[in-house]
Design a protein around this ligand. Sequence first.
Ligand SMILES: NC(=O)C1=CN([C@@H]2O[C@H](COP(=O)(O)OP(=O)(O)OC[C@H]3O[C@@H](n4cnc5c(N)ncnc54)[C@H](OP(=O)(O)O)[C@@H]3O)[C@@H](O)[C@H]2O)C=CC1
Ligand SMILES: O=C(O)C1=N[C@H](C(=O)O)C[C@H](O)C1
Length: 233
Amino acid sequence: MKIALLGYGRMGKEIEKVAISRGHEIVIKKNNEEDIDVNLADVAIDFSIPSSAFNNISNCINNNVPVISGTTGWLEKYKDAIALCKEKQGAFIYASNFSLGVNIFFELNRQLAKMMHTLEDYSISMEEIHHTRKLDAPSGTAITLAEGIIENSSKKKWELGKSISENSIPISAKRIADIPGTHTVLYNSEVDAIEIKHTAHNRKGFALGAVVAAEWIVDKTGVFSMKDVLNIG
Ligand SMILES: NC(=O)C1=CN([C@@H]2O[C@H](COP(=O)(O)OP(=O)(O)OC[C@H]3O[C@@H](n4cnc5c(N)ncnc54)[C@H](OP(=O)(O)O)[C@@H]3O)[C@@H](O)[C@H]2O)C=CC1
Ligand SMILES: O=C(O)C1=N[C@H](C(=O)O)C[C@H](O)C1
């Protein structure tokens, strides 16, 4: 496949390595607002910055090029991207996290929330830790985890920092040099604690998942998720 990399930073470079090792060719590497002819590619992979993700995705959909996006921090426009994709009969996947391990962790988190939701002695909180160059907080993965809990409990929302209301999930976002991504969900009570945690050791899992998603979507039409790609949950 001919792949366009929309964003050629830490993730773009990691995806390039994985894509080449799987026999693909990188035909575009875009790192700014410049106009590019995305039609040179069979599929585009966007790992850019929050302020550019929607334009990159729209450009692909408008040109009928399937697009995978892992950029976080732009979700206020996610519904617009879905609407455009449906209108143009395009192909689009956004995932806050493309790694197989985290997608299993998402399912575990939902199951645990279901089991815990009537146990009033436990309070829930979340923590995410990332490298100091991350632009958004909380992480997209933490937001997906919080949404998984909200769908399966009486919690109504998440809040960054200390929780101010009983029906919200507090998320603590820490920034420590070079940490690729660590997410913890904690249920704590007076007598014990239950904790689930995912630790990324590097960015290879994110990159592999994005390339697998690109391979999967190339002949399809519609809005999909990593659940469709991995056939889990
Ligand atoms: N879903 C997932 O599995 C994962 C998601 N991410 C997310 O992916 C995104 C990228 O992460 P990462 O690679 O670490 O970040 P980087 O900052 O290393 O890379 C982003 C790149 O995008 C470039 N860029 C700036 N403007 C544009 C534009 N208009 N179009 C295309 N590219 C542009 C930046 O260039 P310049 O530096 O010159 O501004 C930079 O090279 C983040 O939102 C991060 O949260 C990260 C890992 C996994
Ligand atoms: O910015 C990062 O690095 C990461 N971002 C994603 C997120 O916001 O969840 C995924 C991963 O945790 C790494």
